[in-house]
Design a protein around this ligand. Sequence first.
Ligand SMILES: [Zn+2]
Length: 255
Amino acid sequence: MRVHRVLVDLIPPMNPDLEKLVRLHRVDSDLRRVESELAVIPRLRQEIDDRLARDRSHLEAAKAALEGSQKARRQNEASVQDLETKRSKYKGQLMEVKTNKEYTAVLHEIEGVERDIKTREDVILEEMEKAEALGLDVKREEADFKLVEADAKKEKADLDARAATLGAEAQRLGKERDEVAASVPEESLALYTRVAKQRGTGVAEARDGMCQSCHVRMRVQIWVEVRKNEQIFQCESCSRVVFYDPPPPTVVVEP
Ligand SMILES: [Zn+2]
């Protein structure tokens, strides 16, 4: 068996206060991300409810159209009944008229009533056909709504579970943040807090001679110092505390 020797580049230790500030910055960033994810959940829930309300209104509209058609049919059926009563009455009168003129007049009334009946019966047939199609619409909308409702229920349950996870995560990070902040010397913490308030973040990574938050290039002698992570330096442009994150140790495997 061949023996491999592993060489690891040692990374010089970071200034402890700088290290705490970097940790504070990372916890703060995580906390902000979790809090902003948490903050959008009520809006996402509202969107689901809005979508559900829209779909419910489609179903209600289909039901209303069907009911409207059924109501129109019933009204016309009632009218036909009334008209048939009227026609019977006129037919009875036909037996009692004394003159031709009266006879013609009653016959004329009967014709009018029968035309009216015919018109209404046509409407009844139309409404029956319409109701058949509208009934299918209602069935389809009901089936659609059932699916949408089940989806919405599941989506909301997922969101609630996500909110619970994020809430617990935010609480944990908040606690961690307090602990880290308590370990940072007062002066450094004041500096961090002041810059964070002004810039949104108090710490920035420096890479390739540049502050990675404001993207302004550092003077070479400052960059040389920053790379050592031995002292707390602020970016001359944005005032953030800068740190250097060296690449992971290179592992050289010698045969
Ligand atoms: Zn900067």
